[in-house]
Write a protein that binds this ligand. Structure first.
Ligand code: UDP
Ligand code: MG
Length: 316
């Protein structure tokens, strides 16, 4: 086996893409065959129920550079990508979709960036060719919401089309969390990253495997695993209620002190004060529990406390 320095693994998740995968493989080959690097394909069959498995078997029979990982059932795009990244061993790992929407023509440029010393080359969709306005609008809303509530900034239009150095892949592998939103996890890691815009093309065949349900699940994985804000809502609402209680007490005391007894309905002030103070206190206590749950949540994710980019290397 030659030195790993020059090796590139291509990780490609595939789910029910029998009409596409042969074409995808040919197209990728026409690009990477011109490269001097040792290329390896890792196709991850995410529990396809059509003829994809047979097609992939035929591809790997004809091309010794191809490995096919077959998942036991459909686990979803992010899980399939994770399986492929876990199986990769090369110095440079590129992940791309198998439906032709991530142009392989960009791969040489991605590899060049990694060789220049970048750890992550993040593909960014320049302009969606997808005629679905629904997908574009929901994607915009999703990224704005995510970036408001989460401490990790995720680039709008970022795709799971990226190249990573071995160091970055190992960093990702040290994050064993179950609910995975790889775009966020990659951004959380830091490292030296560069954005590479690409023009997304239409699917070669078939239709999107991201059903509305899968999109919602990905969005909720992203928001809930990257933000503790929902847990802390109790604290701010509770505080708001206590402020309202103070305003109410000042208001009623003022009526009392100025002798405007006729404006005070008997029983109203004490009842209001008790309701506001009690609910404010309960919400604040719920907020405290939220804070503890947030701590537990962070602990059980078992993310590393830090990642090291280099030792005795003077890179800026
Ligand atoms: N995919 C997968 N498992 C799934 C859904 C999708 O492996 O459960 C693959 C799919 O075959 C494709 C890539 O992930 O190669 C991206 O999916 P898709 O093109 O359907 O998503 P979209 O481009 O519509 O966001
Ligand atoms: Mg696609």
């Amino acid at each position: 086996m030659s030195s790993k320095k020059n090796t590139v693994d291509l990780v490609i998740p595939i789910y029910n893409e029998e009409g596409v995968v042969q074409h995808t493989h040919k197209r990728i080959c026409s690009v990477v065959d011109l490269l001097a690097h040792e290329i390896h394909f890792i196709y991850v069959d995410d529990g396809s129920s059509d003829g994809t498995a047979d097609t992939l078997r035929a591809i790997s029979a004809n091309d010794p550079r191809v490995t096919v990982l077959q998942l036991s059932r459909n686990f979803g795009h992010q899980a399939a990508l994770t399986a492929g990244l876990d199986a990769s061993t090369a110095e440079i790992v590129v992940s791309l979709d198998g439906d032709g929407q991530h142009p392989p023509e960009v791969i040489p440029q991605m590899i060049d960036f990694i060789l220049q010393g970048f750890d992550i080359v993040q593909g960014q969709r320049a302009e969606a060719s997808d005629p679905s306005i629904f997908k574009n609008v929901t994607s915009k809303i999703f990224y704005s919401l995510l970036n408001i509530v989460s401490g990790t900034t995720v680039l709008p239009g970022a795709a799971d089309f990226r190249a990573m150095s071995r160091q970055a892949v190992d960093g990702l592998k040290s994050m064993p969390e179950y609910h995975r939103f790889l775009r966020g996890m990659v951004s959380w890691m830091g490292y030296k990253a560069v954005i590479l815009p690409y023009q997304e093309t239409s699917r070669i065949a078939g239709k999107s495997k991201y059903s509305l349900g899968k999109m919602i699940r990905l969005a909720s994985d992203a928001i809930f695993s990257f933000s503790l804000t929902p847990l802390y809502i109790g604290l701010s609402t509770g505080l708001l209620f206590l402020i309202l209680a103070c305003i109410q007490i000042v208001y009623v005391s003022n009526l009392w002190l100025t002798g405007q007894f006729d404006r005070i309905v008997p029983g109203w002030s004490s009842l209001m004060a008790i309701i506001l103070i009690a609910s404010g206190t309960i919400m604040i206590l719920l907020g405290f529990i939220g804070v503890y749950i947030g701590y537990i949540f962070q602990e059980i994710k078992r993310r590393p406390v830090y990642l090291i980019r280099g030792e005795n290397k003077d890179e800026q």
